[in-house]
Design a protein around this ligand. Structure first.
Ligand SMILES: Nc1ncnc2c1ncn2[C@@H]1O[C@H](COP(=O)(O)OP(=O)(O)O)[C@@H](O)[C@H]1O
Ligand SMILES: [Mg+2]
Length: 139
């Protein structure tokens, strides 16, 4: 299968549309006929990364690259960035706002879940420089 690349915009604080990008990727992978466990893992990671842009980031984009040997998600936003990535990776750590918590978000399990469900994870971020999350899967 040839490489397929798609880019989706994500809007900060847009809780109404939140989750749509990961649903699209889910549908796309299902149509191509990927293994359901791989689809589940990619969807979880796409969802968590998308939600982090909506909740904590600025406007951003999610790029997905689907190949026969690997799948890569690249999620980039122009938000405040992450000062301490090690701390952000800890289970239960969250800086979610009261607004987000009231909607049931902010359990602090998003990044740990991405780590658990992916084969490769790289976070490039610092205070004031936005955030880039690269997630890779071996097909
Ligand atoms: N795109 C992002 N921009 C800025 N901060 C982020 C981003 N993604 C994650 N973070 C920081 O990492 C913390 C942990 O993220 P996560 O594990 O997904 O938990 P939660 O989203 O429930 O807070 C967030 O609370 C936030 O402080
Ligand atoms: Mg999160």
């Amino acid at each position: 299968m040839a490489h397929l690349t798609k880019t989706y915009p994500i809007k900060a604080r847009d809780y109404l549309k939140a989750g749509e990008v990961s649903m699209e990727i889910h549908g796309l992978m299902k149509k191509i006929g990927f293994d359901s466990d791989l689809i589940r893992r990619v969807s979880i990671c796409a969802y968590e990364a998308e939600m982090n842009v909506v909740m904590h980031g600025g406007d951003g984009v999610l790029n997905v690259e689907i190949g026969s040997e690997s799948i890569n998600l690249n999620v980039k936003d122009s938000g405040p960035g992450i000062e301490d990535i090690g701390l952000a990776m800890q289970e239960g750590f969250s800086t979610a706002t009261e607004e987000a918590r009231q909607m049931g978000f902010g359990a602090g399990m998003g990044l740990p879940n991405i780590k658990k469900n992916s084969d490769r994870l790289e976070i490039i971020s610092d205070k004031g420089m936005g955030t880039e999350v690269r997630v890779g899967f071996t097909v």
